[in-house]
Design a protein around this ligand. Structure first.
Ligand code: GCU
Length: 677
């Protein structure tokens, strides 16, 4: 996305200047041997878990000495002053802007920190901390954000010229940070601009925080690089968070993209106060293996970014075999803490090498008795895999942190921090073996059944009527097993009438505000078809897909009994009352039955799934599903109808609901892909 222009300039430069061009041919990757993270420098194998801290320290010292340079200790003097604070995001968050100084008199380098803290029940909150490329003011369009005065890389899209920000850059990097979404999910966001810590160019380490630990001359081979300085900056952020009462300092995940992903990995490996480490699409010198010659190589890294890697690293240019370590060891140095890696299809960034690097780090987790990455093969795009300790996904799209990426990280950190949505239940029971919270919204009883391991993005299934009667046959139980939330609101026998719809709208808003996905899957069983369709039509942006099971699609058919079926007299009388129809004639003239309302659904591209018994004499197929099918297809919509040739209205669902479950998952993934943009 925005990063791409600035990346391309680098990649172009690298290709032109390189002695050895990047290899993009898998068949040309020469065999390589990786050093064993579970053997000490002297070759002795680790024999017990309590030796790991010593080996870990050895690994970190090796990386500092040979690759990134030494990360200096915390300076004697650090002062943080509050520049501004206030309400943000309609009162859902508190914003704090802090300035960190390293001298008593407001001179020398400073780091400006931005904190968005969730308000309400989640205090003290878990947090994500990461450095940004374009200034804190670019993280959100929030007008109170101070425009940075830090050095920035020029980028017209971000309104940065002459290495300086301007007000027009406000919010331009918001998609990468998803600040409001993080708040919704109960997390704080903490960020600072990397240019505040060290401007990203080769100046012999004279500017930025380097003035606090100036290099002797000649510059030693393991002197603090810019990457090490940025990592040092993140560690100073952690010092600050330890004193921030609104944040739970034991639950801080460190994150970063690209060179700032290398930074997050280095800081996370070094400083075990970071509880979870999330390096994103780091490129060479971060997550991918160096000895596997694919994409950016050591010579290119040294040549193009001499200030990122220390003098000692030069000797490995075109000589990766001589490296006494590889990047899997930096990943392993995060153990026993959870680590999440994610890739996009940029060859330069060697996505497959990122996966292999994780797999090579995994034995350390196993040695420590911790679960590994549940994948033996490289997972396909949009198929995230994770245990409590190692997680990985890859997705289509650009070099960026997308909403989908955040959903995956949040699923992982929720698990690591044992963070669950607090529904503030008045009662809790179980449904199909899952915890179910009961609470009230808009005066109506509601419940939510929570999956054991939510699928990234917290997808949900909402059966609007009879949610428990056929919950196995509709596939609802299987979906919850696979990570979907199952939700319900009781609005009584109200046939999808306008007053009931207002309650359903409020319920949906509540679910999303609590952190469920902005879109869900609706199930309309029998008369529930009226509820589901009429909700979907008014809220097409809230619906992934709609599954009707022998659904009523026209109340004239049922309960009206104006067609082939007998209808239901009592229900018809009820319906007239609920919809406030004066008489039969007014009800019969009503043009807002599901069969009349398909256009907005087709326009929004909402796929429909119907399951029908062909000999249904209560809700006859030809007056309901057949009409929907014919009209939806005519509108260009997608509809799959599953027929049960000898079955009547009951039983609902399928003996084996797998085909329906699979379709719902496919449609969920389709929506997830939208979030990769
Ligand atoms: C270049 C570089 C990568 C780096 C990326 C970035 O592509 O080669 O190693 O991660 O820039 O930080 O943007």
């Amino acid at each position: 996305m925005k990063l791409i222009t600035f990346l391309l300039s680098f990649c172009g430069l690298s290709l032109a200047a390189s002695a050895r061009p990047p290899n993009y041919d898998e068949s040309k990757v020469a065999p390589y041997t990786l050093p064993d993270p579970l053997a000490f420098k002297d070759g002795a194998k680790l024999t017990s878990r309590d030796q790991w801290p010593r080996r870990r320290a050895e690994i970190i010292a090796l990386f500092e000495d040979q690759m990134y340079g030494v990360i200096p200790p915390k300076p004697a003097l650090v002062r943080t002053e509050l520049l501004e604070s206030g309400d943000a995001f309609d009162g859902r968050a508190t914003r704090k802007q802090l300035r960190m100084w390293f001298a008593g008199d407001n001179t020398g380098p400073k780091i400006d920190w931005l904190l968005y803290l969730p308000k309400g029940a989640t205090n003290p909150a878990p947090a994500f901390v990461g450095l940004n490329f374009y200034g804190n003011h670019a993280v959100h369009s929030d007008p109170a954000l101070r425009v940075t005065d830090a050095w920035l890389r020029d980028d017209p899209q971000l309104a940065i010229a002459n290495n300086r920000a301007s007000d027009q850059g406000r919010g331009r990097d918001a998609a990468n940070w998803q600040a409001e979404y993080l708040i919704t999910r109960g997390y704080a966001l903490v960020t600072a601009c990397y240019g505040d810590i060290d401007p990203d160019f080769d100046d012999g380490y004279t500017n930025g925080v380097h003035v606090l630990f100036p290099p002797p001359k000649p510059i030693p081979g393991n002197y603090t690089t810019s990457l090490a300085a940025w990592a040092w900056g993140l560690m100073r952020g952690m010092d600050m968070l330890e004193k921030e009462p609104a944040i739970d300092a034991r639950k801080v995940a460190v994150i970063g993209l690209s060179r700032l992903g290398k930074t997050a990995l280095l800081a996370g490996a070094k400083d075990d106060r970071f509880a979870v480490v999330i390096p994103v699409q780091t490129g060479g010198g971060g997550t991918p293996l160096a000895k596997r010659d694919y994409g950016e190589n050591v010579a290119l890294e040294n040549k193009n970014f001499p200030h990122w890697f220390c003098g000692n690293f030069r000797k490995y240019s075109d000589n990766e075999a001589a490296l006494p370590f590889d990047q899997h060891m930096l990943l392993a140095a995060c153990a026993p803490r959870p680590l999440y890696v994610s890739s996009f299809p940029g060859q330069w960034f060697d996505p497959y090498g990122e996966f292999l690097s994780m797999k090579a780090a995994e034995p350390v987790y196993a040695f420590l008795g911790l679960p590994g990455l549940p994948a033996t093969e490289w997972p396909a795009e949009m198929s995230p895999v994770s245990s409590t300790h190692l997680g990985y996904h890859r997705r289509p799209g650009e070099h960026a942190v997308t909403k989908y990426d955040w959903e995956c990280y949040l699923a992982f950190t929720d698990r690591a921090f044992n963070k669950k949505i607090d529904w503030q239940p008045t009662q809790t029971d179980t449904w199909q073996g899952f915890t179910r919270d009961r609470f009230t919204v808009d005066g109506c009883p509601c419940w939510v059944a929570t999956p054991k391991t939510p699928r990234p993005g917290n997808p949900w299934v909402w059966c609007l009527e009879f949610p428990e009667a056929f919950d196995t046959r509709t596939g609802a139980a299987k979906l919850v097993e696979d990570g979907y939330f199952y939700v319900h609101m009781s609005v009584g026998n109200t046939f999808g009438c306008p007053t009931a719809q207002a309650h359903l709208d409020a319920f949906c808003r509540h679910l999303v505000a609590k952190g469920l996905n902005p879109k869900g899957t609706l199930i309309g069983v029998s008369r529930g078809g009226l509820y589901a369709y009429r909700f979907a039509v008014r809220n097409p942006d809230k619906v992934v897909c709609l599954y009707g099971d022998a659904p009523v699609c026209d109340f004239k058919s049922w309960p009206g009994g104006k067609g082939k079926g007998p209808g239901s007299k009592g229900d018809w009388v009820e319906l007239l009352k609920c919809y406030a129809f004066k008489d039969d004639a007014e009800a019969l003239a009503f043009k807002e039955n599901p069969v009349d309302l398909l256009e907005p659904l087709a326009k929004a591209g909402i796929p429909l799934i119907h399951v029908v018994g062909d000999v249904d004499d209560v809700v006859p197929v030809e007056e309901n599903t057949a009409l929907i099918e014919q009209r939806y297809k005519a509108l260009g919509g997608t509809i799959s109808v599953f027929h049960k040739p000898t079955v009547g209205h009951h039983p609902h669902g399928l003996d084996d609901p797998k085909p329906v479950v699979d379709l719902i998952k496919t449609y969920t993934t389709r929506w997830d892909i939208e979030n990769c943009k």
